[in-house]
Design a binder for this molecule. Structure first.
Ligand code: NAD
Length: 445
């Protein structure tokens, strides 16, 4: 099939590369000329395991084309996937300007029947609005053309995006047109393996499904963080509590790791967008508001723990904190709404000198902190520890899990770790004589 992908970010580029990999011809368009010029040479601007190889192979085999012209990209395509960003507005609502701009441009350039597929996360009713915009633009040109709009939200996770696309848990297809549903099923057949993975529904239900899924996952994280905070008060160990509750199949072990709260470009904005949608319609979403509030509080807890640890020794001002991990989770270079970034900002505002390292997000973080004299981002995991008063581990990258404890001790002024993600066993910490401040677990002093 000939497919057009609009927006070559995490979702668009992964979708494009994976669709090309199974034999489709994919035409990718982005308004960012710099990104397109790099992609044309096989230079992938985001870090996602396995993505660069896929892009380079399909580029070489001419199944992947990059351009800044939507008109060219959509000319021969049957399907146009809209994968542009939908960030949060100040009031928590979803900014749909990019989605609507794409819809307008599609209407301006449509010459034959097209199926427009919304892959971005968008509030209920957006597919209908996209349909109206395209119709208006066609009418303005005096053109009468049939077209379809499908809601096909994406569920890939950054860090595992290629494998999630190739082996999805489910594929949601929101359309009322059986012929379009069949065509979408044909496109996704190679990835679905079992037909049960393809779930057909109305566009509205598909749009709502994406928000419900992200809000449920966010709720699990806020729930376990709340339990962890109470564990600290009562002297319980959340690691044991997690093992105890996860064994119940109705609860399960997934996604109940306490830490610094959820971040990234999806959960925070999607929870807020659904709160906003509900409130707009006169419904007070108590659970969702609590999920958001607990999450905002969680990222402040780590900074507070650092501050209270140094309080008796004269406070954090002028002290040096080494930080491992700035991305919002492991295996990604994405620092958008990362809790670690907020923690670093808060401590640097309190006068602390931060020296950070991240295996994937270092470059993005260097740009973000340029001009902040209190924060530096280093390229060597151990060098940034030299002379620091403590180490805070804020992201669960694999390479932080079994570190060289004697090496850390030699470089730090004192053997203190803020293990915000609970990466280290009590045994390891005690054996190496470290002081360790943890999340939902008794501190080791
Ligand atoms: P992104 O910011 O990484 O990429 C968006 C791209 O769209 C950018 O490269 C931008 O230049 C481009 N763009 C914007 N307007 C354009 C236009 N008019 N024409 C062409 N290109 C344009 O965004 P993302 O993380 O890929 O997310 C895209 C959507 O998918 C969002 O709605 C997001 O909520 C959703 N989503 C994201 C993830 C994720 O893990 N990142 C997962 C599932 C769903």
């Amino acid at each position: 099939m000939n497919v057009c992908i609009v927006g070559t970010g995490y979702v668009g580029l992964v979708t494009a590369a994976c669709l090309a990999e199974t034999g489709n011809h994919v035409f990718c368009v982005d308004i960012n000329d710099g990104i397109i010029q790099r992609l044309k040479t096989g230079d992938v601007h985001i870090f996602e395991p396995g993505l660069e190889e896929l892009v380079q192979r399909n580029l070489a085999e001419e199944r992947l084309v990059f351009t800044t012209s939507l008109k060219d990209a959509m000319a021969s395509a049957t399907l146009i996937f809209s994968c542009v960003g939908t960030p949060s507005m100040e009031d928590g609502s979803c900014d749909l300007s990019a989605v609507y701009r794409v819809a307008g441009q599609v209407g301006d350039n449509m010459e034959d029947h097209k199926i427009v597929v919304n892959k971005s996360t968008v509030p209920v009713g957006t597919a209908a609005r996209v349909r109206e915009i395209i119709s208006e633009r066609l009418a303005a040109r005096g053109v009468s053309l049939d077209f379809d709009v499908v809601s096909n939200p994406e569920f890939l996770k950054e860090g595992d995006a290629v494998s999630d696309f190739m082996k999805p848990d489910r594929i949601i297809i929101g359309t009322d047109n059986p012929e379009v549903a069949q065509l979408m099923e044909n496109l996704y057949e190679p990835y679905a393996r079992s037909r049960d993975k393809l779930i057909l529904m109305s566009p509205k239900s598909a749009e709502m499904t994406k928000y419900a899924a992200n809000c449920m996952l966010a709720a699990k994280i806020s729930f376990i963080n709340e339990i962890a905070n109470i564990c600290e008060k009562v002297g319980a160990d959340v690691r044991d509590v997690r093992a105890g509750i996860g064994s119940d199949h109705r609860i399960g072990y997934h996604f109940i790791y306490p830490g610094v709260g959820y971040g990234g470009s999806c959960f925070p904005k999607d929870v807020r967008a659904l709160i906003h949608t509900a409130a707009d319609l006169g419904y007070v979403p108590e659970v969702l508001s609590a999920v958001d509030n607990v999450n905002n509080r969680q990222r402040q807890m780590v900074a507070r723990k650092v501050q209270s640890f140094f309080e008796s020794a004269g406070g954090v001002s002028g002290r040096v904190l080494a930080v491992w991990g700035l991305s919002f989770k492991a295996n990604t270079d994405d620092i958008r709404h990362s809790p670690a970034i907020d923690i670093v900002n808060e401590l640097s505002r309190a006068g602390m000198q931060i020296r950070a390292f991240d295996p994937g997000a270092g470059q993005n973080a260097k740009q973000m902190f340029a001009g902040n004299d209190n924060v530096s981002v280093g390229d060597k995991q151990y060098e940034i520890l030299d002379g620091a008063h403590a180490l805070a581990v804020l992201t669960d990258w694999h390479q932080f899990r079994t570190p060289d404890f004697p090496g850390i001790e030699k470089r730090l002024k004192q053997p203190v770790i803020f293990d915000a993600r609970n990466l280290y066993s009590t045994d390891l910490i005690v054996r190496h004589n470290f002081t360790c401040i943890r999340t939902g677990r008794p501190d080791i002093i």
